[in-house]
Design a protein around this ligand. Sequence first.
Ligand code: SF4
Length: 402
Amino acid sequence: MDTKAFKRSLQHSENYHRRGFGHKEEVATQLHSEYQSGLIQEIRDNNYTLTLGDVTIRLAEAFGFCWGVERAVAMAYETRKHFPQERIWITNEIIHNPSVNQRLREMQVGFIPVEAGQKNFSVVESGEVVILPAFGASVQEMQVLNDKGCKIVDTTCPWVSKVWNTVEKHKKVDCTSIIHGKYKHEETIATSSFAGKYLIVLNLKEAEYVADYILNGGNREEFLTKFSKAYSPGFNPDTDLEKVGIANQTTMLKGETEQIGKLFERTMMKKYPPSELNQHFQSFNTICDATQERQDAMLQLVEEKLDFIVVIGGFNSSNTSHLQEIAEERKLPSYHIDSVERIFSEQSIEHCQLNGNIKISEKWLPEGKIIVGITSGASTPDKVVEDVINKIFELKKTPAVV
Ligand code: SF4
């Protein structure tokens, strides 16, 4: 399929909407009352610090809702207002936050069911409204919905679209896109659907394996088994790694994406004459500012003397788990939770580990004076952060602030 031509024709269709419906102000008031927090604003205004009794809270200087997420949620709310009677669907979670997705369910927005690992689009009738989430949807999904004559509300973050444009550019010059991301993540699935030849690498270690294969060759079968779910159909590492370009899932660790880019640049300079570099390597900056700012703020926060860090965000949120990764690298005790309900008592907390396993930790809250670092992922409303802070104050017998 000519994905670029399809996208262009979709964007000109009267069934396609990506600019909201003129209800911005009404929706802004609603969003403010549902997701914003007076307490968090107060802490921001007080140099990101609040001390009450034995507890000092240190907030990261950038955290929580990014503008891409705010925009997507606002568009979903506007869609409900604009189509009050119509059936509305969403192809996936609008963002990776359970409370926001629950709110959409309450507003009668249906989630396309997944059966045996496949989305069942047969539930959607012609003419119904379908929202595409902040991290986008694959071109095949867009095509199904377009063929059905659905009204498509596309909330895809412009930063994600920028990556799609990048892989389109790679395709145009017959270059394989090396995508730094998680092959199962919806954003990476969408990005790879716009790419021609692609290979998804999870981290620097996997990228080093590929770079070594480019320079020294290796066992083709082993390569294909190692990346079995992470390359385009018919991919051949012996012939498809002569020209590579870098793209990324926008929520990966920024430093790692940069390292991977540099690694492939060096690899191609070793393999081919430096004067031919542009024929073998392409790189565009596609790291999202919001991800970068939150990671930089976390790097700053972990330098402080903290007793532990609470990282708040959906368990399937990639940018949140990367924030926790930064805490773990510094060997700081950290708890990744998605809502205040995970804090059972001063003795026990349920949290997600980096490997995705859910664990209950005992005696997590130290006695006496404590300094607690707090951050949250780009899909987490401030209200959720406020609830967690108030819970810590309550458990430490400190009067809550409202
Ligand atoms: S984290 Fe970045 S790419 Fe993702 S929705 Fe937010 S602004 Fe967009």
